[in-house]
Design a protein around this ligand. Sequence first.
Ligand SMILES: Nc1nc2c(ncn2[C@@H]2O[C@H](COP(=O)(O)OP(=O)(O)O)[C@@H](O)[C@H]2O)c(=O)[nH]1
Ligand SMILES: [Mg+2]
Length: 312
Amino acid sequence: MPLQVGLVGLSNSGKTVLFNALTHAGAEVTAYASVSEKANLGVATIPDGRLDEVARVVGSRKVTPAAIRVMDVPGTGGSLVAGLRESDALLAVADGFSPESDPARDLEAIRLELLVADRDHVERRLERVRKEAKSGDPATRQEVDLLEALLVHVEAGKTLADWTGELPSELEPLTTKPLIALVNGPGGIDGKLEVELAELPPEEAAEFRDGPSVLDQVVAHLKDALGLIVFFTAGDTEARSWPLRQGQTALEAAETIHTDLARGFIRCEVIRWHDLVACGSHAEAARRGLQRLEGKNYVVEDGDVLNVRFNV
Ligand SMILES: Nc1nc2c(ncn2[C@@H]2O[C@H](COP(=O)(O)OP(=O)(O)O)[C@@H](O)[C@H]2O)c(=O)[nH]1
Ligand SMILES: [Mg+2]
């Protein structure tokens, strides 16, 4: 599964504006909540100067930066946020631009909506699993007991993140996901400004900003919240960066590229990106002993250039 983030927030907080700032997808922005609004799904690419340098020395014909899926749902109701259950992190957007803006109040409201959505989710799953449990399967009986205890827990106003025991593996809670609070307006992340700058080349756009772009800020948050790191692959045809999480292994990196690579994984050649750039080629890096051979359990580091050897 590619990395996915979901935007949550009250109506008119600027979620769709931010979605466009991150993905350049040009989704329709309306100044009111329309019932016909549908979820927007797009892709944000993580800009990385290291990738361009790697591509240059390797002579790759194509450069493809790492992608994150971004989901923007209209409103906060239960069925609407359901689409966010597959996200790795949630970006909570609060209005920081209108005269009535009160980001702390909005973020509290969002937290409550997520809590309610999770309670409803536990309740619905309990109903379903109770029916299945009639067949007498012990594992299903056990899940019923667990879900009943969870329901008591969430009805007391606590979140599933406060639950110290195991959660049913098939439950996809929202409140256990990292929640990254973003205030939309001047001084915070300025979605409106980003949309205006979207037409400009990156260097020109940067001159209009006081600091990093919305995308750079979101990526920085994901590094903190998820331990987001990036690794590279580079050949004649293409140089790519790929998202991964701190602590993930060469096997998981292979799986990010293609399930076949993970299935047939033999070993993996690893070079630090700056060693590759300094040496000028894979061959020279290998000659100087800077290319290592690693196995499945090697923990990938940010900036590693990987070449997976596989056999299917
Ligand atoms: N002034 C200002 N208006 C904004 C900003 N972000 C969004 N808006 C406006 O707020 C309205 C709602 O934005 P939208 O992205 O559709 O909000 P959503 O309902 O959360 O998706 C639109 O009219 C936007 O133009 C901002 O940073 N500054
Ligand atoms: Mg919207």
